[in-house]
Design a protein around this ligand. Sequence first.
Ligand code: HEC
Length: 102
Amino acid sequence: MRIFTALIVGALVIGLGQAVAQPASPGAELLPEGAGREAVLKVCTGCHAAEVIVNRTQKDMAWPDVVQSMVDKGAVATPEEIEQIAAYLEKALPETAEGSTH
Ligand code: HEC
């Protein structure tokens, strides 16, 4: 009986852990609410965490070009999603001057 209870408790803990860990890619909380956010989380977090997007190092590329370069690398998105994502990122993470601390 004890083992049985332990199994159930264990299964619950694992289940809960997954439910909590699933939706958020590290850094997702840094992306403000807005139209296109869902598309970013869906399309852009398959290869790297959202924090890679938020903390990008090359600031000389406009967001639509960054998105296009990710598509060239293999990101899968519909043309609508690509547009949404580029528009969202331009608004949510505007081009920042060199030396910005974010
Ligand atoms: C097919 C895999 C893949 C997908 C999907 C993907 N990326 Fe990337 N991304 C990469 C790789 C690989 C790198 C690191 C190499 C590089 O910087 O070119 C990267 C790096 C980045 C960087 C960091 C560049 C820098 O200057 O620090 C940003 C920003 C970025 N991705 C944005 C996006 C956005 C926005 C999306 C969704 C449209 C996306 N990525 C989807 C593969 C992907």
